[in-house]
Design a binder for this molecule. Structure first.
Ligand code: ADP
Ligand code: MG
Length: 254
């Protein structure tokens, strides 16, 4: 393996609150190679969002090392991060195309090529023909697809997804898991996919990192040796069950 794109070593984060210091992340160590899709799974409140905010350069940290980028893959957090949240957070007064263009506008990128790229991305996420619609005209799953297109419009090197499908119904969520894998393959991005869904983590991830109940500590990391393209029937395979049992056991849920 080459030099990692992301190198985390002993990362620790303490929030200062009125009630005193609160340890949110105690010890996270992990390397990520360019182009990986790493699932980060752990119980609610364990520090997943905190970790993503540190990676996005939005939060400081109190100990350890965070290094992103290398000679082959230089990294500028302002330019090179795309984020997708649990809610699509589309601006309701803007058309879908204009929502997708927002990061390009904020970064002051040339608008003509950005507009072309936004159209291509909308086609890639299955929203060709919806460019001029308003968010309320789209279903929850479609809004989330638009949010994914928005996260890619400025061609970031790293895409951080924070429980992106958590608000969707179970069937739409499975469909979006398949879509995500297709988009990952087509875009070649490095993706960190945060979820508290154990099945979802295994299904999408080329690797899974398991965080303990807060304060987050890295409990385990493993490769998911299921081939791509992944298909939903793989969830019934013995190896899939073995991975999910392993995570349940780590989280004390067996
Ligand atoms: P997760 O995303 O895994 O649910 P978070 O990273 O959001 O967890 O939060 C981890 C812990 O840190 C939680 O106990 C949460 O209440 C606390 N926390 C998160 N943000 C702040 C903050 N800005 N100030 C103080 N405590 C916080
Ligand atoms: Mg969270």
């Amino acid at each position: 393996m080459g030099e990692p794109f992301i190198h985390l070593d002993g990362v620790r984060k303490v929030y200062e609150t009125r009630a005193g210091d609160f340890l949110a992340v105690s010890d996270v160590t992990m390397d990520i190679q360019p182009g990986e899709l790493v699932s980060l799974v752990g119980p609610s409140g364990c520090g997943k969002t905190t970790l993503l905010k540190i990676l996005a350069g939005l939060h400081s940290y109190d100990a350890g090392t965070v290094r992103i980028g290398n000679a082959a893959f230089p990294f500028d957090p302002k330019r090179d991060v795309g984020m997708v949240f649990q809610q699509a957070l589309l601006l309701k007064w803007r058309r879908i195309l204009d929502n997708v263009l927002l990061p390009a506008e904020i970064l002051g990128l040339p608008m003509k090529p950005a507009r072309d790229r936004a159209r291509d991305l909308l086609a890639m996420v299955g929203l060709a023909g919806f460019e001029q619609k308003y968010p309320y005209e789209l279903s929850g799953g479609m809004q989330q697809r638009a949010a994914i297109a928005r996260a890619l419009v400025h061609d970031p090197k790293l895409v951080l997804m924070d429980e992106p499908f958590g608000a969707l119904d179970a069937l739409t969520r499975e469909k979006m898991n398949l879509e995500l894998l297709r988009i990952w393959k087509e875009s070649g991005k490095t993706i960190i996919f945060v979820t508290h869904g154990i099945q979802e983590a295994v299904f999408v991830g080329s690797r899974v990192a398991v965080l303990t109940a807060g304060p987050a500590r890295m409990a385990d990391r493993f490769e998911v040796e299921l081939p791509y393209p992944r298909t939903l029937d793989m969830k019934t395979h013995d190896v899939f069950g073995a991975y999910t049992r392993r995570i349940y056991a780590l989280l004390g849920m067996h």
